[in-house]
Design a protein around this ligand. Structure first.
Ligand SMILES: C[S@@+](CC[C@H](N)C(=O)[O-])C[C@H]1O[C@@H](n2cnc3c(N)ncnc32)[C@H](O)[C@@H]1O
Length: 227
């Protein structure tokens, strides 16, 4: 698998280094100023992604790809979806499972979102989980999802703003031993070109950009070609 170098960094980071911070950020517990703006931005982005799917998801099979602690999976299940939620970090899957009310239909898996064994889906959401992949890896992952999704893939990527590009360049200077994953800012044109190189069929559309303190992310949808 071409994305495995990044994937092992992501797993190490979310399963160990950042698991506690991520648990706090995604809980109802009060957080400090900067984190509160991030939380508000993420709340807004969740709404944006949900808004790109049908309001009533009754009977639909939906994948939450890179579900983290599960907030979006919960919202999808509340709309009637049969949700499969996958994340490479088992400790986050455990938190997500513990936070899930018993009446919601969610199946959790610890593993790679590109795993074909997860089955076929009507829709996929991937909120801030594809943000660490260079465009060829990203296109490969989107291609793997496209091949088993009939409807919309709703996902987010960091935009190529001057600030994020500067942070990215600094990130590239991290010592080799630093195992944190680095976000890769993307543009719609770059992603579209990578999808073309990978021969992924369908249409990419750039949606709303959410900016809230240090949270900055752009929503995208990808829909398949009509038969
Ligand atoms: C920034 S967090 C976002 C979590 C969640 N979607 C949310 O918005 O709260 C990114 C998540 O994507 C997961 N992830 C990244 N690449 C993945 C992959 N290839 N397979 C499964 N999970 C992945 C990470 O483990 C992490 O939990």
């Amino acid at each position: 698998m071409r994305h495995h170098g990044t994937l092992s960094r992501v797993e190490h980071y979310f399963d160990r280094t950042a698991a506690k911070a991520w648990e706090a950020l995604t809980s109802d517990a009060p957080v400090s100023g900067i984190r509160a703006t991030v939380r508000a931005g993420r709340d807004r982005m969740r709404e944006v992604l949900l808004g790109s799917l049908p309001a009533d998801l009754t009977g639909s099979r939906v994948l939450d790809a890179g579900c983290g602690t599960g907030a979006l999976a919960h919202e999808l299940a509340k709309r009637g979806a049969q949700v499969v939620a996958v994340d490479i970090a088992p400790s986050l899957i455990e938190i997500a499972r513990n936070r899930t009310p018993g009446h919601l239909d969610i199946t959790y898996h610890a593993g790679d979102l590109a795993d074909a064994a997860l089955g076929r889906f009507d829709h996929v959401v991937a909120m801030d989980s594809l943000i660490y992949y260079q465009s060829p890896e990203l296109a490969h992952l989107l291609g793997a999802l496209r091949a088993r999704t009939s409807g919309t893939i709703a996902f987010t990527l960091p935009p190529r703003t001057p600030m994020l590009m500067a942070m990215w360049r600094v990130g590239k200077l991290f010592p080799r031993g630093d195992r944190s994953p680095v976000m890769v800012p993307q543009s719609a044109a770059r992603v579209a070109s990578a999808l073309k190189d990978e021969a992924v069929p369908g249409r990419l559309k750039e949606g709303e950009r959410v900016t809230s303190g240090f949270y900055i992310s752009t929503a995208y949808t990808h829909v398949g070609l009509r038969p």
